[in-house]
Design a protein around this ligand. Structure first.
Ligand code: PEP
Length: 257
């Protein structure tokens, strides 16, 4: 049985006050029947420790993740943060290769690969984002791009380590735009990603790897998306900033799989 995993990416939202309010909204909406869903929220760095302590004090099974990390552990990397520091602050997960980091901060598959290896060797579970731009889709290059991203990002990651890895398929044209991929388009890409994981690691790893969909997923479209055979969860941006919407997606996920 594959993991079902719903993760909120708060992006650069979540001051200490906002974090208290948002976590305060998530906690009472958590139900024991959500036990079959892995749930996480990824606040900005400065709110990670607060989110972690609020959630663990209340005994709610919602983990905390970060939105980025560096591959080195310490030294002259002004403005960066290491995977060990993130673990120390309470993180279980780290998002790597988000399209905003690729586009705005010029992150390459090679650099993302180093971050993934650093995360794995320090006990952090990477959520690896892949996805094509609108232009690449128009040029029918989607699968070629996904292939290049997967192969580049997962270089030297072992089959054993793949059990700690989540892949997030995030078509760039659907992120923050309100344009969700249709369930069929998303399923098509998810199935391609799983077949590529099979080519790299074999059937067992491919059957077990959790592939999230990300791109304007919300409480209204989650059901159709999460019913697709190869969609195992969601990486949620905008809708994760509203406790009611986020926990509705979690409830839908708990019933879908
Ligand atoms: C994201 O940033 O990972 C994301 C999926 O954003 P949104 O849900 O807002 O499209």
């Amino acid at each position: 049985m594959r993991r079902t995993f719903i993760c909120g990416n708060w992006k650069m939202n979540g001051s200490l006050d906002e974090t208290m309010n948002l976590i305060g909204g998530l906690v009472p909406r958590y139900q024991d029947s959500f036990v079959n869903v892995e749930i996480a929220v990824c606040p900005p760095f400065t709110s990670i420790a607060l989110a972690h302590s609020l959630l663990s004090d209340r005994g709610v099974r919602i983990a905390v993740g970060a939105q980025n990390c560096h591959d080195q552990q310490k030294g002259a990397y002004t403005g960066e943060i290491s995977t060990r520091m993130l673990v120390e602050a309470g993180c279980t997960y780290v998002i790597v290769g988000h399209s905003e980091r690729r586009a705005i901060f010029s992150e390459t598959n090679e650099f993302i690969n180093k971050k993934i290896l650093a995360a794995l060797s320090n006990g952090l579970k990477p959520i690896v984002c892949v996805g094509e731009t609108h232009e690449e889709r128009e040029l029918q290059r989607t699968f070629e791009v996904l292939l290049e991203q997967l192969r580049g990002c997962l270089r030297d990651v072992t089959a054993q380590q793949m059990h700690q890895v989540t892949i997030a398929y995030e078509p760039v044209w659907a992120i923050g735009t309100g344009k969700t991929a249709t369930p069929e388009i998303a399923q098509d890409s998810h199935s391609f990603i799983r077949s590529e994981i099979e080519a790299l690691y074999g059937k067992e790893v491919a059957n077990n790897v959790c592939i999230q969909y990300g791109g304007s997923m919300n409480a209204s479209n989650a059901e159709q998306l999460l019913h697709q055979p190869d969609i195992d969860g969601g990486l949620i941006g905008g809708a994760a900033l509203d406790a009611e919407s986020f926990m509705t997606i979690v409830r839908i996920a708990s019933q879908a799989h």
